[in-house]
Ligand binder design. Structure first.
Ligand code: UFG
Length: 327
């Protein structure tokens, strides 16, 4: 299949593109390289530097490449930042997604796999969260993605678009060649490992007064390779069904770990002390986000290969040890 991948030079997109080309698909990565890295794109894929907001350039690439499917990763992703600069999220995530959707329709592309998020749920009504649960984001990031899910629903209904919306819980871990390289880094596991590597003095714990077992926020960490494999399953499901199809799935392991538990795990994996300091809460953080992924397991046969937190943290640590980070 010919697949157009926006944001394919980023952390999750890069791993998906590697799996796509390994499975024999043809991929064009479209990335503005503001957060992506050209060396994350495998040599078997073509990289086009461009912005999803650039309608003319999108049209040019669609006309030339004639994709059969689109995967849309390009987005601003930090929930904390979205509470300081919401316009950036509504521009990059919502407005640009509409431009991409219009391009998809005008070029008669039938299938789309969309990177959605657990942030849609806000403070969940019950744990584990199910896809049918209430959607009530508590940060602008989640709202910016929820608006896209709503648009997708209408494009499916009105134009027959087939799409999968994959609601990621906390992507983490690394493959042999690809790991998290955000600049500046804001995600918990890479920050903890920067402390373990001596690049930072300590990790800040953003709040220890949440209503959780040890007072710190609880998240469901999913290995990036497992997230990636779900994308290929979704792509095949959409492609193989001739009728307009709508798939909405949570991608989590169903186990929550508190910030303190993640730090403890990293201490075991790395054998380093990893000092931690409790600080104020970060605005827009739900206390707990843990997913039920029974739906995608049952319907598409998704089976995570690295479900354990220790496996996830170890893969990220080994990636750093191999000296690939920041190359
Ligand atoms: N945290 C700290 N200290 C840090 C960094 C994070 O205590 O230095 C805490 C956060 O407050 C949060 C938890 O660790 O409670 C995880 O934070 P991350 O920044 O690693 O991830 P988030 O849960 O905020 O968000 C991530 C992605 C989003 C996605 C979400 C889904 O960035 O795009 O997971 O759960 F939507």
């Amino acid at each position: 299949m010919k697949v157009f991948v926006s944001g394919g030079a980023g952390y999750i997109g890069g791993v998906v593109v590697s799996q796509l080309v390994a499975a024999g698909h043809e991929a064009v990565v479209y990335d503005n390289l503001r957060n992506g890295h050209p060396d994350s794109v495998p040599s078997a894929a073509r990289l086009v530097v461009g912005d999803v907001g650039d309608r003319a350039k999108l049209c040019e690439i669609f006309a030339e490449f004639q994709p059969e499917a689109v995967m849309h990763f390009a987005a601003s992703i930090e929930a904390g930042e979205s509470m300081r600069d919401p316009a950036k999220f509504f521009r990059n995530n919502t407005a640009n997604a509409l431009t991409l959707l219009e391009t998809i329709l005008s070029h008669k592309v039938r299938c789309l796999v969309f990177s959605s998020t657990a942030a849609l749920y806000g403070d969940p009504v019950s744990i584990p969260i199910r896809e049918s649960d209430r959607l009530l984001p508590i940060n602008a990031y989640g709202e910016s993605k929820l608006l896209v899910e709503r648009m997708l629903g209408w494009f499916h209904r009105i134009h027959g678009l087939s799409y999968a919306s994959l609601r990621y819980f906390n992507a983490a871990g690394a493959t042999e060649n690809l790991g998290e390289r955000h600049d500046p880094e804001s995600h918990l596991i890479p920050i903890i490992l920067q402390v373990a590597s001596g690049l930072r003095e300590y990790v800040s714990i953003f709040g220890d007064d949440y209503d959780t077992l040890d007072g710190t926020c609880v998240r469901d960490y999913v290995h990036v390779s497992d997230l990636a494999s779900a994308h290929l399953l979704a792509l095949h499901a959409l492609h193989s069904r001739p009728e307009p199809t709508q798939l909405i799935y949570n991608l989590g392991n169903g186990h929550g770990f508190s910030v303190r538990e993640v730090i403890e795990c990293a201490r075991r994996v790395t054998g380093r002390a990893i000092p931690a300091v409790v600080e104020a809460r970060r605005t827009g953080d739900p206390a707990i986000l843990v997913a039920g992924s029974e739906k995608i397991r049952a319907e598409l046969g998704w089976t995570p290969q690295y479900p354990g937190l220790e496996q996830i943290v170890r893969s990220a640590w080994e990636y750093i040890q191999r000296g690939k980070q920041g190359d």
